[in-house]
Design a protein around this ligand. Structure first.
Ligand SMILES: Nc1ncnc2c1ncn2[C@@H]1O[C@H](COP(=O)(O)OP(=O)(O)OP(=O)(O)O)[C@@H](O)[C@H]1O
Ligand SMILES: [Mg+2]
Length: 358
């Protein structure tokens, strides 16, 4: 284990009867970083987090915090902070009392509690609201109190399970920046559970994409997005155009959807290849001229999405639909093309990525 690893899951597994929720999962979280567990519903994110917290006992494997094996320890002996989707504040206690709760339990003096509460209110930008009750606060403010309450004890690791899931989109986005900023300022090691890819991209140093109780890929957001290793990752994080086919003659091309596609690397002849191309890499109209991979398609849809325009293009004998995104240009993001016409589309070979099928 590297010296800077603050949290480590070592072949952690969880079975519920015949259901395996988490399979031999390995994960290392470097000190001071935020790692997101990102994946679809039921993939084992919460179960993983609960094993770190101590609410679930792994069927096998170990949880290490620093170099301490905490697997046998109950939650209250792990010194972790936790925030869940439903704020779970004490409704009949004031904001200050909620924040001070852990300190009071630990037998800290009243004066010490007051200093800490003021500091925490400041941290989460709720100065002067210590005497209010949770019901008098907005959802976002309540979640900041929950964050303050979990940070007041200087936990070794902060665990967040869909902390913003109950908030509306605009508030969620601003809270993502806010929590991330706080996390970085404090340098607190954090494990975040989310099924929201934008949230994971906004907040994380590293994303662990999960499916079926496994981590399929761990990497920085840009790495996961630009170099997905598997088809699942390519399609779960963002949108991908997928082509599949058998490698021909030189191992450098496949035939799919009635076109010859050049591969970005050589593969064994005859092997099944799956290729992912991001919609923003697909060029259309005259921009596709001269590209190695080019086909004529039918533009069946053009959708204005603010920062970009999304084009739907049907290609090949099966009229399979592809996506091409183009930045919006000109006044009010005028769509450059309208639906119902035929046009060329293509991509540069280096803009495609070979992925494995999982
Ligand atoms: N206490 C339990 N008893 C039996 N099965 C469970 C239990 N907790 C979780 N599971 C199962 O384990 C799997 C993983 O569940 P988990 O709650 O970890 O998923 P998740 O990734 O957090 O999903 P979501 O995004 O919906 O919260 C699911 O198939 C779930 O049904
Ligand atoms: Mg969950």
């Amino acid at each position: 284990m590297s010296a800077s690893t603050a949290l480590r899951l070592d072949r952690v597994r969880k079975d519920y009867g015949s259901t395996t929720a988490v399979q031999e999962l390995n994960l290392e979280v470097a000190a001071g970083t935020l790692v997101a567990l990102l994946g679809p519903s039921g993939c084992g994110k919460t179960t993983t987090l609960r094993m770190v917290a101590g609410f679930e006992t792994p069927t096998s494997g170990r949880v290490l915090i620093g170099d301490q094996d905490v697997t046998p320890l109950p939650p209250n002996r792990r010194n972790l902070g936790m925030v869940f989707q439903n704020y779970s504040l004490f409704p009949h206690r004031t904001v200050a009392e909620n924040i001070a709760f852990g300190l009071r339990m630990a037998g800290r003096s009243r004066a010490e509690q007051e200093v800490a509460v003021t500091r925490m209110l400041d941290l989460v930008r709720l100065e002067g609201r210590g005497d209010m009750y949770p019901r008098q606060l907005s959802g976002g403010q309540q979640q900041r109190v929950a964050l303050a309450r979990s940070l007041v004890l200087n936990p070794r690791v902060l665990l967040l399970d869909e902390p913003l899931g109950a908030l509306d989109k605009a508030l969620r986005e601003s809270m993502q920046f806010e929590i991330r900023e706080t996390q970085q300022r404090l340098g607190i090691t954090t494990l975040l559970v989310t099924h929201d890819q934008e949230e994971a991209m906004t907040m994380s140093d590293q994303i662990a994409v999960m499916n079926g109780g496994r981590v399929l890929q761990l990497g920085a957001p840009t790495e996961i997005y630009d170099r997905p290793k598997t088809r699942f990752v390519a399609e779960f994080l963002g949108t991908s155009n997928i082509f599949t086919g058998r490698a021909e003659s030189t191992g450098r091309e496949i035939i799919a959807d009635g076109m010859v596609i050049t591969l970005p690397e050589t593969v064994p002849v005859g092997s099944e290849v799956c290729l992912s191309i991001r919609p923003e890499r697909v060029r259309i109209g005259p921009e596709a001229d001269g590209l190695a991979n080019r086909i004529q398609g039918h533009l069946s849809g053009a959708v204005f999405r603010g920062a970009y325009a999304a084009y739907h293009l049907d290609i090949g004998p099966d009229r399979r639909q592809l996506f091409a995104y183009q930045q919006s240009h000109g006044p009010h993001g005028t769509l450059r093309y309208g639906a119902g016409v035929d046009c060329w589309l293509g991509w540069a070979t280096e803009d495609s990525v070979i992925v494995t099928v999982d």
